[in-house]
Design a protein around this ligand. Structure first.
Ligand code: NIG
Ligand code: FE
Length: 424
């Protein structure tokens, strides 16, 4: 140990391979696969920040710490960022899963009173405390799967009172749990049952009462809309999102998932931070997102889960130079899966993404889609110390190994918050 070594809180040593994107802006096209890979590395953490990273011998020369965590020669990655989830709900919807297996479609199930409406019933009859308790269990699972930041949508309340309840649930859970939550108001997820025969009135309610009250509450960073032929069309989506933006909320949109409505073009026109799903996106839509710098958020597990033939043209989106994120879309209906590593394996298999491309899409690009690229998404000096110690021998195993969690330990804001087989 050098006499001049700086004292820090924690050293992560014995890192077989430290793999991370670099920088704080979205990486697209060829840059998506550019990952810094340092062998025999170590990382120094002071408070919540990374203060040193590099070959272990160099890091040990510059830093000393009371506490050391040994990565056992395995891969260390930035904390994963899930840029699209719907985690505030009460009941599950496994019967719909079974119905789809026997031939019913997602839209047919919704039209028969299932789908989102079924989760709305669950949320409305469940207390804030109970919803918070359920969300906390899900946050434990995210953490055990290496996800340290989660975009969390409402959208199963669909009244001002129930949507605010869900936003408070997100706030309360975040205050008690290391996983960082990014709250999104999705009041325009569907029409509530009481507005079934007077849909335009619900749009007016969103514009005149719900959006202003949500903005005023300060509980949401983002607003979202389900732009789809059976829910909110292009015109209504434009009005809702324009109003949200006017009120100071940032935008992300569910677009071109089941039908090609031109939602991607709308997301570009509105200057949204992300356009999500994109299974039916047009070439014009891809070009528009590229020009406007909107991050495409791909959810490769969803078509698999709902039996949809169309899949997002992930490879084409990358080859045209765009910078996608990959997310789970965790929700009780169209994707009851919390594992971002699993979503990455499917992105590899369905879109032909390399392990390096998968890593950048679920870290730096996802963080940028949430306006957090300056703080999260890479392992560099000055960034927040959010990292995952895996049991993977090399980065390529990230997408190669399906069906199990590769996570040994997780550090969030410089604290060891998860260790496999025991409390941190
Ligand atoms: O992202 N597309 C809209 N919303 C969700 C599904 C929600 C649900 O079925 O409960 C999604 O797939
Ligand atoms: Fe979604």
């Amino acid at each position: 140990m050098e006499p001049s070594a700086q004292k820090v809180d924690l050293l992560v040593t014995g890192i077989g391979e430290l793999a991370s994107a670099l920088g704080s802006s979205p990486a697209g096209g060829a840059a998506l696969g550019r990952v810094s890979r340092i062998e025999d590395a170590a990382l120094a953490i002071e408070g919540a920040q990374i203060v040193g990273v590099g070959p272990e011998a160099e890091v040990r020369e510059s830093f000393e710490a009371a506490e050391t965590l040994d990565a056992a020669g395995k891969v260390v990655l930035p904390g994963l960022v899930d840029a699209h989830t719907h985690p505030v709900f009460a009941g599950t919807r496994e019967d719909e899963f079974e119905m789809r297996l026997s031939g019913k479609t997602y839209v047919e199930i919704a039209a028969a009173g299932g789908g989102i409406a079924s989760s709305v019933r669950g949320v409305r009859e469940t207390s804030k405390e109970e919803l918070t308790a359920r969300l906390l269990v899900r946050l434990d699972r995210f953490l055990a799967l290496g996800t340290t930041t989660v975009e969390a949508k409402t959208g199963y309340g669909l009244s001002l009172e129930d949507e605010l309840k869900c936003l408070e649930v997100i706030r309360d859970a975040a205050a008690q749990h290391p996983v960082e939550l990014v709250p999104t108001f999705l009041g325009a997820h569907d029409y509530p049952p009481e507005f079934k025969d007077r849909k335009p009135e619900y749009v007016d309610l969103l514009l005149e009462e719900m959006l202003p009250a949500v903005a005023e509450s300060g509980l949401a960073e983002y607003a979202d809309v389900f732009t789809e032929s059976h829910v909110f069309g292009i015109e209504d989506s434009r009005r809702i999102m324009a109003r949200a933006s006017e009120l100071g909320l940032r935008l992300r949109l569910h677009v071109d998932q089941l039908t090609p409505l031109g939602g991607a073009e709308l997301a570009a026109e509105l200057g949204a931070d992300s356009a999500d799903h994109l299974e039916c996106i047009s070439d014009e839509g891809i070009a528009a997102l590229g020009e406007a710098g909107v991050v495409p958020v791909l959810c490769p597990l969803v078509p698999l889960f709902i039996g949809q033939e169309e899949e997002a043209p992930g490879r084409r989106i990358i080859d045209l130079g765009l910078a996608p994120a990959v997310a789970t879309d965790f929700n009780p209906g169209s994707c009851y899966v919390q594992s971002l590593p699993e979503a990455l394996s499917w992105a590899a298999l369905r879109y032909g993404m390399s392990a390096a491309e998968c890593l950048v899409s679920a870290t730096l690009n996802a963080a940028c889609s949430l306006q957090r690229g300056d703080r999260l998404g890479t392992l560099e000096v000055g960034k927040q110390a959010d990292l995952v110690i895996t049991d993977l021998p090399r980065l390529e195993h990230l997408s190669y190994e399906l069906g199990r969690s590769p996570v040994q330990a997780v550090i969030k804001r410089g604290e060891v918050v998860y260790q496999r087989g025991g409390a941190a």
